[in-house]
Ligand binder design. Structure first.
Ligand SMILES: [Zn+2]
Length: 187
């Protein structure tokens, strides 16, 4: 389970069980480093996956590119200041078919696929379920991610069952999971 929101959350299920790890921190996949000298993260590190493949990452990367003059149409839509571009502006413009925004969503799809490929290298994953705020735009991100996975996953042709699907709970995935934990602990 991968939730794409401000950051990236995760849950690893193996054999029907949630993997909690030695100290309960397993699945902190958002802080997997994908760019050693990359963008600073609030965890104190650099180049964490969630600075690229999340909703927050989408906004950040778009502003970086816009400052360099890359997205004139997108910047014009938000009034001319690159600093005003939010991830919602990009997903909205992409849904309307604006080429610059569609291209940016594909870029996020590549970063998503990179992390999924890393997870696959360690866990030999069969299914990825994508939730969180950015999953409402999954039809603009997941097709690209699936395409890139073919090249990024080592030995992809030997792993024909990798699926990438949108969570039926979308942005509510995290809240649903938290509620389930409470139910499990009921006497
Ligand atoms: Zn981090």
């Amino acid at each position: 389970m991968v939730t794409l929101g401000t950051g990236i959350g995760g849950g690893i299920i193996a054999g029907g069980q949630l993997i909690r790890g030695r100290n309960g921190f397993a699945g902190e996949i958002g802080h997997m480093v994908v760019e050693a000298r990359g963008a600073a993260c609030k965890c104190g590190g650099r180049g964490c996956w969630e600075r690229y493949a999340s909703g927050g990452g989408l906004g950040r990367m778009t502003r970086v590119a816009a400052r360099a003059g890359r997205f004139p149409k997108l910047v014009a839509r938000v009034g001319g200041d690159p600093e005003h571009v939010r991830s919602e502006d990009v997903t909205e413009a992409a849904a309307e078919g604006l080429d610059e925004a569609v291209g940016m969503m594909r870029e996020v799809g590549w970063w998503l696929a990179l992390g999924l490929a890393n997870l696959t290298a360690i866990l030999d994953c069969g299914h990825f379920v994508i939730g969180g705020g950015l999953s409402v735009a999954s039809d603009l991100v997941l097709p690209a991610a699936r395409e890139y996975l073919v090249d990024l996953v080592e030995g992809y042709e030997s792993r024909p069952t990798i699926t990438v699907a949108t969570s039926m709970f979308g942005p509510r995935s995290g809240a649903m999971g938290a509620a389930l934990v409470a139910f499990e602990r009921l006497p």
